[in-house]
Design a protein around this ligand. Structure first.
Ligand code: F6R
Length: 261
């Protein structure tokens, strides 16, 4: 695992966007795994800038989102479909038929999940998976005690996650759906590169447990310790409960030129 500590969310997101750019430039038909939430917003803004100002071409990319609410129409303002359209897709040149988000309105959720996994596998797997992290250590919506071998499936959100996400539902927790379709921990672990971002004091405990704690289903993100190529980019506040920050900074500052992004 590589840990990159930046002064703030802006510079962390710029470093993250450079990594995405490198992948998209090297492989025109890259398969990108995408997250929603507050965390990737600045990274997405930077990708849009790169597309507009630097001509970064996404037309060959295929995307798979991590998750979607069950029972929320894709045009609902709080759906992850809406989020992705507004914050990224309408600003880039990814053809609609190369965009994949689990269908939370289907009356056959198990088939949606199986077909999602099959489609990812058929296209050769995810090259780069962008991740945020919940304050309870969840990745995608794999809440604590999710199997570390889990695949795309339905999950029940914890009360705390519903509380955190109520901001997108006029602050009303009762409007937040109880269920989501989410990629599993094992689905995420199959990605070639995992790129996790986390900002703010409220993520510090989960980040410390993910990077320096024991691997445990109680902190699903800690499974990334078993992943061969995970990059965690955090701001000072999210890094504040880590023990080995000096070492992480030293590694980053002394990267061989050819390893730099
Ligand atoms: C969203 C997702 C979630 C979020 C996490 C953090 O697609 O998969 O795991 O990344 O809940 O959310 P924010 O970024 O809003 O703090």
């Amino acid at each position: 695992m590589e840990v990159i500590i930046q002064d703030n969310a802006e510079s962390a997101s710029r470093v993250g966007a450079e990594i995405v750019k490198k992948i998209v430039t090297a492989k025109q038909n890259a398969i990108l795994g995408l997250a929603t939430g507050q965390t990737p917003l600045l990274l997405y803004r930077e990708l849009v800038r790169m597309h507009r100002k630097e001509g970064l071409d996404f037309s060959g990319c295929t995307t798979f989102n991590l998750d979607e609410y069950v029972g929320l129409d894709k045009d609902h303002p709080a759906s992850y479909n809406s989020y992705m359209r507004n914050n990224l897709f309408k600003h880039l040149n990814i053809p609609d038929d190369q965009i994949n988000i689990p269908d939370g309105m289907s009356d056959d959720i198990p088939s949606v999940c199986i077909n999602y996994e099959k489609k990812i596998a058929k296209l050769g797997g995810i090259d780069l998976q962008i991740l945020g992290i919940g304050a309870d250590g969840h990745i995608a919506f794999n809440e604590p005690i999710s199997s570390l071998k889990s695949r795309t499936r339905i999950k029940t959100l914890m009360k705390q996650t519903k509380r955190d996400n109520a901001q997108f539902f006029n602050g009303d927790i009762d409007q937040v759906p109880n269920h989501v379709i989410t990629m599993g921990v094992a689905t995420i672990m199959d990605s070639q590169i995992c790129l996790m971002l986390a900002f703010g004091e409220e993520k510090a405990k989960a980040i410390a447990a993910t990077i320096e704690g024991p691997i445990s289903a109680m902190v699903p993100a800690s499974a990334l310790q078993m992943h061969q190529n995970t990059i965690v980019i955090i701001d000072e506040a999210a890094a504040s409960k880590l023990n080995k920050t000096q070492y992480y900074r030293y590694v980053y500052e002394n990267k061989p030129q050819w390893q730099k992004y």
